[in-house]
Design a protein around this ligand. Sequence first.
Ligand code: HEC
Length: 358
Amino acid sequence: MSLMSRKSLVTMLAAIAVAVLLALGFIWSGIYNVGADDHHTKPVFALMQSLRERSIHVRSNSLTPPNLEDPQLILKGAGQYAAMCTGCHLAPGMTDSEIRPGLYPQPPDLSKLRFDPKDEFWVIKHGIKMSAMPAWGGSHDDATIWSMVAFLQKLPGMTPEQYRDIVARAPADEDMEGGHHHEGSDGHETAAGAMPSMPGMDGAGRAEAENAPHTHAKPPATTTISMEGMTANAVPDAEHAAKALHTALQKGDRQAVLALLAPEVVISEGGESQSLDQYAAGHLGEDIAFLKTAQIKPISVGSMPMGDTAMVGSRSEIRTSRNGKPMAILSNEMLTLKKTPKGWLITRIEWASDKLPE
Ligand code: HEC
């Protein structure tokens, strides 16, 4: 303070006062158009995007997701999504809705785009200010929100038929009016936050759900989720086919890999889709080379029937080295299979991976 002369202090305060008055004048004038049909300029939009992304990411970073491959969690999320979100975020086979064109910012088409699970959880729970995205945390517990996140990881790439099928199997949205669910008639309400456990889903690879929050379940007999045998409905044969694929890839057995793939298979790796021929000519060799020296530790696997097809989701940790440097990735795999006279054939492969800290 002593370094600053009295005069320059007065000048500075005056400048600040003028700036405040100008800002107030700008607000008062009504020059700024708040209409949703008047879009931001590019620089303003970019600035807001960064603000939004950082704000979400900083807050979501410390979250611990439950096992997002749990088919029952995915199934529950499907029902929630269909009941509450498609008007703004669409679904496979839907190209537009009545509300979407008028929304600004535009809600992302979640039937095509997949986002970071923790970010998704945070956004669904808390909503986004000054946009149409509501905070669903007021009316939904964390377990329910994670179920939507689990479903959103699977939604991109689903066909309209698969989408219809999974929604038809999903438990009703318990928070919806109209209650075609068990209205606590014989004590069937699940406690808030408790996801039912999956008696059909035992085995070492599935134990991970135990560590997750909100999965400490009520006994399955007391769940509201009626899946008509869904729990017994894991599809072991489809899971075997998935396992056979992993074994064949790691052994470098091209013939065995190709024998498991349906002619119409679509292989999508990091968002890039390939046909059987393209894969056989290119990435298959790379994948084999990559996996040759890798150590693969399965983390979880789950499956569920979808119409006359089945989906098998699995996660594994892959450790290998690239250019002499050790690397570790978390691999997320989602397979769609169909039953044929030759056994289960894979019609869709989706691979996504996250780098793990070494
Ligand atoms: C009334 C419209 C509306 C509804 C209903 C709605 N959303 Fe949104 N949602 C939006 C808008 C708009 C955005 C984008 C906000 C932005 O970019 O600032 C958004 C963003 C999101 C994002 C963020 C994606 C990203 O960029 O990280 C997720 C995830 C999401 N919504 C999930 C859901 C789910 C799940 C539901 C149903 C429970 C839902 N939304 C219901 C309008 C809606």
